[in-house]
Design a protein around this ligand. Sequence first.
Ligand code: ZN
Length: 219
Amino acid sequence: MRAFLGTYFARAMCRLAPHPIGRLPKSTKERVLHLSFDDGPTDDGTPLLLEVLARHDVPATFFLIGNNASTHPRRVREILQAGHALGNHSWSHVDAWSTPLRQTIREFSRCQQTLEELSSNPVRWVRPPYGHITRPVVRWCKRHQRQMVLWDTMPPDFADGMTPTDIVRSFRRRMRTRSIVCLHDNPRSKSVTPAALSQLIPQLIDEGWTFADLSAVGS
Ligand SMILES: [Zn+2]
């Protein structure tokens, strides 16, 4: 149920609002996927994800929580050195639907500033926690020329009691051509997500799937 909601809620949000994207554009090669990881960096989980991605030369975007990035700057540098992109996931995982507007905007601004100081580069991608979009955050993205990115596939690697096999199954059931897949880099996911990807990525490559970064997405 959680996988169903996690996936179809974001698909509905992308249909209702024109600004966020949840899928790679049509011009992108069809059997292509984009992997993204929310909530990191973490001291123990991020290296496991980086190792699996490096083994198969797969690019990804890490939507980081500013507070975690400032606690683990070394992990941020490792993500960048491996050639992956960073995204803004707010300073402390704010829920924009239940937080005053000014505080919400401060959360995104502070995370943006922290990530850009650490990377010495603009951070182009923004993903509101829970996919909770509000008009002011959409306007904030447009004003700062940042692109909001949701997802169209979310295996429940954030839930208790999952196994790597559950995640592989859910991933395969929900994925489509050009899917942006949302996975996690948090204390719950670390025991399942790297192991699931270790099985899944080589299988998908054998089946002719490729993995793209978000560069095909316009701002
Ligand atoms: Zn999150």
